[in-house]
Design a protein. Structure first.
Lengths: 348, 302, 266
């Protein structure tokens, strides 16, 4: 890893965590920079939550070193680290009020009562939940509890905040709203956020950079655009967004070379059978198998001449004409600029 | 963040923290629980010197041999018979109540009945036994009832009967039997109710759908499924009866039950070895019973 | 969820009512007998009713002595049980250690075995060690089953506590000890209260094990037991009996309500 001047907030150096035969985390090295919103994305069991727990101090690596703020975290206990966590189930203390929950960290540190109350009020304003300090967690909705959990962590002004799938339990609209709010809070406070999720859309929406995890290793780290437009492996291409993986004889038929590549569905244009493609574009003919109307866009599955099935997504600029299913069986010509197809290594 | 070396050390060495936590309970357990059971076993191999009245602390099988005298075997037989009768009686009385509670009562009635069954369990066991002394006394409620119904001759007839009768109901086998049935009844109701609750209604519907009449459904579906609950309840009634000295003491005559024998021997006589040996009998019987009960599936019903 | 309930036959309802009555009438009769004017026998119906036996019971020094002993034993045994039971529950819950099943099993033994076995086991030990009967022999006897009750209640509550709560506390800067004091203990609160009340009530009512460990001392149940063969002043025994029932039933009822409300909480 290039060692640029600012010290990374978190540095993993060849970190592994084994549970018997299972390698939950397998030789991971990564730098997380100060002030960034970093996401760890991957399916369940890919090691991202384990990494989070290693950073928080609830677990120690089997091998390798983790540095926090430039110094080895070694075997520091969680209560010794300048890191706070927002838990997946929020973990609000049921026997305390919202105010007491949020003030927990300061209370442990011995902050006097007036200061605590003031800080709690500030935090509640920050997460836009004024006036609930005297209620018990059981009386709040899921979204409200989530904000309290956030406030409880942020009141300690940690240099690093960990979020373990924080939006998973919320419904779609609330989730989208919270994504924007979380990002806003992070930018305002300038704290480094490390966020674990399996929702690739969320990761793309919020992160400055993200890491895609698979089976305890990282397949790719980069900005959302980098990861989406230039997936390093077939797995990344498929996990982040939808992608078409073309290899072997199909690749040969389309590009003239058997090297595998991926092409994003929205990059493929559907032309009527007689329309000429642009210069330098690849084309292939096929028949429409399936049509799925999704309001904003429509998703087509097209069987091309070589036998492969490609997914194509087209925005519905004009209103859909009658029964979209009638398109099934129609011949169509697919085309895309050659360089939109990304070469990919099939790392297993 | 502050460094907290001691707390951090404990965090990283959870086994040490655990050891500190568990030390007092382990000490307690080994000294008191295990130690006393070991003492029991050890004492059973000692004997009492009749002459000096002291326990002789040498290994011997004498005391065990004493167990097999006719008088002592009589005591054991008497107690086991009583346990069997009580178990059958409680099962018979408990089943309808449990069935009603589990399958037919509305939730409110069921909650009320549960409380009604639990309340006697929670109130003093000793007082409940004592109540029967009052009820069965010569001048008590039962005689008065018989009198009012003009059935005093019937009562006298029952009392004349050998083995189960006596000078008064409160000093008779029947008296002991009634009292035992009364005190252990809740212990039988609750497991049967739990077992019956688990039977899905769909099973009964399927049975009648396949052509069985209600009585057959009961016999072929309900009863077998309730059986583990009955066995679970019987574990309680059986073991509690085997070891009890209060009920026979309050309502019995001079024929001893195991519990009374144990109490008598360890009392003024100081014959702890024989008391210990006698105690092993109900333990042994219950071990066998538990093995059989496990096979009958009672442990899932508990 | 059962929707349609079949109607119960009238005869079944009658049987159920009869059995429930059977379970409760005897106690009602004891209450009645506590007020009878007759003092030597159990005549029914009672010739008259009076309150003087309550006064008589109040004036009996042996009753007070037995009551005092029962209270002291109960309080001490409950205290011991709260300490040991909580420690054991926390230890068993937190870790998988070698012999965990064995510890669990040994803890539950006093309740699983018939009282007479525990009683004679303790008596054997007392004899073997040449210990004198004392307040402490009684307390130890009671503590064996009191520990179980507290242990069960505490363990059940611990199992229902989300582990993330403890991690959250440590994440926010609290050490293990602070977490125990501020999070675990308050969470256990009502469970320990219920367990303690249950333990006290069981101790107060206990006769079987106590008979073997008390020697010449009398707790209240022992007093009642010995009174059952003495014909003098029977109604005093009845008054004391009623009092004992109230003192044991009410704590258990409260403990039941306390732990039941837990099941409804999220």
């Amino acid at each position: 890893m290039p060692d640029d001047s600012p010290t990374p907030v978190v540095r993993f150096r060849n970190v592994s965590r084994h549970f018997g035969d299972v390698r939950a985390v397998d030789d991971i090295s990564l730098d997380i920079l100060d002030g960034e919103f970093f996401s760890m994305l991957g399916p369940s069991g890919s090691g991202k939550t384990t990494c989070l727990r290693l950073i928080a101090g609830f677990d120690t690596p089997t091998s390798g070193e983790i540095d926090l703020h430039g110094a080895p975290a070694g075997r520091l206990a969680p209560f010794e680290r300048d890191v706070n966590t927002v838990f997946q189930d929020y973990a609000l203390f049921p026997h305390m009020t919202v105010g007491e929950n949020i003030a927990y960290g300061p209370a442990i540190r011995g902050v006097p009562r007036e200061d605590r109350e003031r800080q709690v009020a500030e935090m509640l304003d920050l997460v836009r939940l004024p006036g609930v300090a005297d209620r018990k967690p059981a009386q709040l909705s899921g979204g409200q509890r989530q904000r309290v959990a956030l406030a409880r962590a942020l009141i300690n002004r940690p240099r690093l905040l960990l979020l373990d799938e924080p939006l998973g339990a919320l419904d779609l609209k609330l989730r989208q709203q919270m994504q924007i709010e979380l990002k806003g809070i992070q930018e305002r406070l300038g704290i480094t956020f490390i966020h674990v999720t399996h929702d690739q859309e969320e990761a793309l929406a919020m992160s400055d950079r993200l890491a895609v995890f698979r089976s305890g290793r990282i397949d790719q780290i980069g900005t959302p655009a980098e990861v989406y437009e230039n997936p390093a492996t077939a797995f990344v291409a498929d996990f982040v967004g939808i992608s078409n993986l073309v290899h072997g004889p199909d690749a040969q038929a389309i590009t003239g070379s058997p090297a595998p590549f991926t092409i994003r569905p929205e990059k493929i244009r559907m032309l009527a059978a007689d329309v000429a493609p642009g210069p330098g574009d690849l084309t292939v003919d096929g028949t429409i198998q399936d049509v799925v109307y999704l309001g904003m866009h429509t998703r087509y599955r097209v069987t091309v001449t070589s036998g492969a099935v490609l997914t194509v997504v087209a925005q519905n600029r004009e209103a859909a004409a009658g029964d979209v299913q009638a398109l099934r069986g129609h011949p169509v010509r697919l085309s895309w600029p050659r360089d939109q197809g990304r070469p990919v290594e099939n790392r297993s | 963040m502050k460094r907290r070396p001691f707390a951090s050390f404990l965090f990283r060495h959870p086994r040490l923290a655990l050891a500190l936590l568990i030390l007092p309970p382990i000490l307690w357990l080994s000294i008191v629980n295990l130690g006393s059971i070991a003492s029991l076993a050890v004492q059973s191999f000692f004997r009492l010197d009749d002459f000096t009245g002291m326990v002789v602390r040498e290994f011997t099988l004498d005391t065990w041999r004493q167990l097999f005298t006719p008088a002592n075997l009589d005591i054991i037989r008497r107690t086991v018979v009583m346990a069997v009768c009580v178990t059958l009686a409680t099962a018979g009385l408990a089943f309808p109540v449990a069935y009603y509670m589990a399958r037919l009562a509305t939730p409110r009635v069921r909650a009320f009945l549960t409380l009604a069954v639990l309340l006697p369990l929670w109130s003093s066991y000793l007082v409940r036994v004592y109540a029967w002394k009052l009820i069965l006394a010569k001048e008590g409620v039962v005689s008065w009832l018989f009198d009012q119904a003009g059935l005093t001759w019937l009562l006298d007839g029952i009392l004349e009967m050998p083995l189960i009768g006596g000078p008064s109901l409160s000093v008779s086998w029947i008296g002991i039997f009634l009292a035992f049935t009364y005190v252990w009844l809740p212990y039988m109701i609750l497991p049967i109710e739990a077992a019956l609750e688990k039977v899905p209604e769909s099973l009964l519907e399927a049975s009648s759908d396949l052509g069985a009449r209600p009585r057959e459904t009961f016999r072929r579906v309900v009863l077998p499924l309730a059986f583990p609950g009955i066995v679970a309840g019987s574990i309680f009634t059986f073991s509690l009866t085997l070891g009890d000295f209060v009920v026979p003491g309050v309502l019995g005559n001079s024929s001893l039950y195991i519990g009374q024998a144990v109490l008598a021997h360890q009392g003024t006589a100081g014959n702890i070895p024989l008391a210990a040996v006698f105690t092993v009998v109900p333990m042994g019987i219950m071990c066998v019973y538990l093995v059989l009960a496990r096979r009958a599936g009672a442990f899932e019903a508990l | 969820m059962r929707t349609v309930r079949r109607r119960a036959p009238w005869s079944l309802k009658a049987v159920v009512a009869a059995v429930i009555l059977f379970l409760h009438l005897p106690f009602a009769l004891i209450v009645l007998y506590a007020f009878t004017t007759e003092d030597a026998s159990y005549t029914f119906p009672p010739p008259g009713l009076t309150l003087r036996w309550i006064q008589a019971a109040y004036n009996r020094p042996d009753v007070w002595e037995a009551l005092g002993l029962s209270f002291r034993v109960g309080a001490t045994a409950t205290g011991v049980a709260l300490l040991l039971g909580t420690l054991a529950a926390v230890a068993v819950h937190r870790s998988r250690f070698f012999g965990r099943e064995a510890v669990s099993f040994m803890l539950l033994l006093p309740i699983a075995l018939p009282g007479i076995v525990t009683g004679i086991a303790l008596r054997s030990a007392i004899n073997l060690l040449d210990l004198p009967f004392s307040f402490w022999t009684v307390v130890i006897g009671h503590a064996t089953f009191c520990v179980v009750v507290v242990y069960n209640n505490a363990l059940a509550r611990l199992r229902r506590t989300a582990p993330s709560l403890l991690e959250a506390s440590m994440d926010l800067g609290a050490t293990g000890g602070q977490t125990f004091r501020r999070i675990v203990l308050p969470n256990l609160g009502t469970a320990l209260l219920a367990g303690g009340m249950l333990a006290f009530a069981l101790s107060f009512d206990e006769i079987i094990v106590t008979t073997f460990t008390a020697g010449q001392q009398s707790t209240l149940p022992i007093w009642i037991f010995t009174q059952m063969t003495k014909p003098r002043q029977r109604p005093v025994t009845n008054v004391v009996a009623v009092f004992v029932v109230l003192l044991t039933t009410i704590p258990i009822l409260l403990a039941h309500l306390l732990t039941r409300r837990d099941d409804d909480r999220p």
